[in-house]
Design a binder for this molecule. Structure first.
Ligand SMILES: NC(=O)c1ccc[n+]([C@@H]2O[C@H](COP(=O)([O-])OP(=O)(O)OC[C@H]3O[C@@H](n4cnc5c(N)ncnc54)[C@H](OP(=O)(O)O)[C@@H]3O)[C@@H](O)[C@H]2O)c1
Length: 303
């Protein structure tokens, strides 16, 4: 039995969609946080149980009888909440007798300068120390997240303003979901930390130029100090300062690793950044949706 978490989210919904092409629904169990989605998920004929990362007993019940478990990282800006959630899930899985845990980490550096990577590194270390078979999947930066990485860049904006630049091995979210599904449905990668990222690297400046050429209008690109970036994005409160630490990490090349594994697992070339950007830029509402979904991380209503 394969247990999936996070299936109402961007990545997890893609994993569920793809794994259903590889494994019969009777072998899939969903640990569901969002009660409102139960009916929809049950239509796929997978088994559904309630599971909340902040409620360890719910996780033990949800994970019982599972063989493999995918832990999709908790979407929050609070390191403490994230790490506690992940530890709860890992501990519950061990207690429930899960044999192999897969954790979705992020494709930034091992000694990361980025605040977003802290909770992942702590979780990775905890998972390695628990004595259970694991696979850490460092998921590449989503192509769909380009508005957030371009300093909250929205439709109609004529300038990208960021506090640093560096290469990003952008990956299409659905490619990551499909590859993650294939890895879980298959075998191997036991005790490994793997990276799914690419197919190409674009710096933020090159990304801006690409958007400019797709939209056929000039978009300026500026690098400002970290304080200036935080001041300009003060509407987002503490999140702006947290997020600003991502850019020194990009400058250090932390997110610029293209790994051939993504294409190898997919058995085809991953979707190119230009093709995916063309699709995304057709929908003017998309950047706003992506930014608010990102800003809402962990702040959604209790369900
Ligand atoms: N690689 C990248 O470029 C990148 C970019 C952005 C974010 N991320 C991170 O990668 C992870 C997955 O991304 P995503 O885009 O799929 O995130 P997402 O769309 O926000 O999905 C997160 C999932 O976690 C579930 N969840 C929330 N609170 C939970 C709890 N207490 N217990 C159990 N499940 C809970 C959500 O369920 P509900 O429906 O109930 O909310 C949802 O299914 C997140 O941690 C996200 O922050 C990565």
């Amino acid at each position: 039995m394969i247990i999936l978490t996070g299936v109402t989210g961007h990545l997890g919904s893609s994993v569920l969609k793809h794994i259903l092409k590889l494994v019969p629904p009777s072998e899939i169990l969903v640990s569901l946080h969002n009660r409102l989605a139960r009916e929809e998920i049950e239509k796929t004929r997978v088994q559904v149980r309630a599971g909340d990362y902040t409620d360890p007993s719910s996780l033990e019940d949800a994970f019982r009888g599972g063989d493999k478990l995918l832990i999709v990282s908790h979407p929050s800006f609070s390191d403490e909440l994230r790490v506690t959630s992940h530890k709860n899930a890992i501990d519950a899985a061990v207690k429930a007798g899960v044999r192999h845990i897969y954790y979705t980490s992020l494709a930034f550096g091992q000694e990361s300068k980025a605040a977003v990577m802290r909770a992942h590194l702590d979780t990775e270390a905890y998972l390695r120390s628990r004595g259970v078979t694991y696979t850490i999947v460092r998921e590449g930066v989503y192509m769909e997240s380009y508005p957030v990485f371009l300093g909250f860049f929205g439709a109609g904006h004529d300038e990208v303003i960021v506090p640093g630049d560096g290469g990003v091995a952008w990956a299409a979210r659905d490619d990551l979901g499909e590859a993650t599904a294939r890895i879980i449905a298959g075998s191997g990668y036991e005790g490994e930390t793997i990276t799914l990222a690419g197919p190409e690297v674009y710096t933020l400046e090159q990304t801006t130029a690409l958007i400019s050429s797709i939209l056929d209008r000039e978009i300026r690109f500026s690098v400002v100090s970290r304080d200036e970036f935080v001041r300009r994005n003060s509407a987002h409160g503490d999140v702006a300062r947290f997020w600003a630490s991502t850019y020194p990490a990009l400058e250090a090349g932390e997110a610029s690793l293209v790994d051939p594994l993504l294409g190898a697992v997919l058995g085809r070339p991953p979707v190119s950044f230009e093709a995916r950007l063309r699709e995304l830029l057709e929908n003017e509402a998309e950047p706003r949706k992506e930014i608010s979904s990102w800003l809402d991380n962990g702040r959604g209503p209790a369900r």
